[in-house]
Design a protein around this ligand. Structure first.
Ligand code: ZN
Ligand code: ZN
Length: 111
């Protein structure tokens, strides 16, 4: 039985049992379709195998055989880089213009 892990191992996106964009490798390393395409190049970073779309578990069966709740995240450095880039973009958008002067707030490397 598939574990149906609850999130993308790369970007930590939620992937519920009925997610249409969940991809798994033969070991059930679980990623979203966007990360498989844009970050991983279609290859699992853990076992170097390919991916297949994860079958959707019907809601009735999900009650009988509940999906895993163990989140797996951040096993690959490319994913860490992608997460950093995503956070950076999000902060840049949230703060508007990325302008700001350094007014000497005392942050200096003391030897
Ligand atoms: Zn992802
Ligand atoms: Zn794998």
């Amino acid at each position: 039985m598939l574990e149906l892990r609850p999130n993308c191992e790369c970007c930590d996106k939620d992937l519920p049992p009925n997610a249409g964009d969940a991809m798994i490798c033969t070991y059930e390393c679980t990623f979203c379709a966007a990360c498989v395409a844009n970050v991983l190049g279609g290859r699992c970073p853990n076992c170097h195998g390919g991916f297949a779309p994860r079958p959707i578990r019907p809601p009735g069966r999900a009650l009988i055989d509940p999906p895993s709740t163990t989140r797996v995240h951040g096993s690959d450095p490319r994913c860490a880089a992608a997460a950093l880039a995503r956070d950076y973009l999000r902060e840049a958008r949230a703060s508007g213009a990325p302008s700001g002067g350094s007014n000497g707030s005392g942050i200096s490397g003391a030897s």
